[in-house]
Design a protein around this ligand. Structure first.
Ligand SMILES: [Zn+2]
Length: 207
């Protein structure tokens, strides 16, 4: 794996100017070790760090395999775990298939709904007006059916329903929980930064 290098990203809203923050800063500021799954997930999603996404997948594959072992379940197709983690990353809007021609890999960014191209609304010829997209229910995000999930992971849909769907639900919920925690911590952090900024302003102008 190539070296993890901090990338520069910008958090501040455009109107108030920008301060460069590195992806290392993001995870350490949130009290998450950069090498822990939540820290990596955070760096992939909010600091646009692709190497972190790759490292997260490896850790999540290990976590999932341990979980499978604890359940004393011996799946025939253990290779389904890795594509499953990538699929969960796609569903959470962290990665999308690479748009570089001929590439089979992923790049950072959310995937758009194919029905409305991410807009959430589409023109209905029958109704002769713009309506909410039925496929994504207006969210603009790509939604996956169980059949699509199964085939994406190289599994038959009966095997998916019988064995893998539960595990996948756990994985999605696990990753959502990491994100929720990170977002909550990010709000606290930004509130702190903001209030410090206000304090400085007050001190500067005050008496
Ligand atoms: Zn849509």
């Amino acid at each position: 794996m190539s070296k993890l290098s901090p990338k520069i990203c910008r958090f501040e809203p455009r109107t108030t100017g920008t301060a460069p923050v590195s992806s290392e800063d993001v995870s350490t500021a949130l009290g998450m070790a950069a090498s822990r799954p939540a820290g990596l997930l955070l760096r992939a999603k909010w600091a646009m760090d692709y190497q972190a996404a790759v490292a997260f997948v490896e850790l999540q594959v290990e976590r999932t395999e341990k979980r499978i072992a604890r359940r004393r379940w011996k799946p025939k197709n253990k290779l389904a775990v890795r594509p499953m983690v990538w699929l969960a990353m796609r569903e959470l809007g962290i990665v999308r298939p690479s748009r570089v021609y001929g590439s089979t890999g992923y790049e950072l960014g959310a995937e758009k709904c194919g029905g409305c191209d991410g807009v959430g609304r589409r023109y209905s010829r029958r109704q002769e007006k713009n309506i909410q997209c039925e496929r994504c229910e207006g969210s603009g995000e790509k939604r996956w059916t169980d059949n699509e999930r199964a085939s994406r992971c190289g599994l038959h849909h009966t095997s998916w329903a019988g064995n893998w769907a539960d595990l996948y639900d756990w994985m999605l919920e696990d990753m959502r929980a990491m994100q929720r925690k990170a977002v909550a911590q990010m709000w606290v952090l930004l509130a702190d930064v903001h209030s410090e900024h206000l304090d400085e302003k007050r001190d500067g102008h005050g008496g």
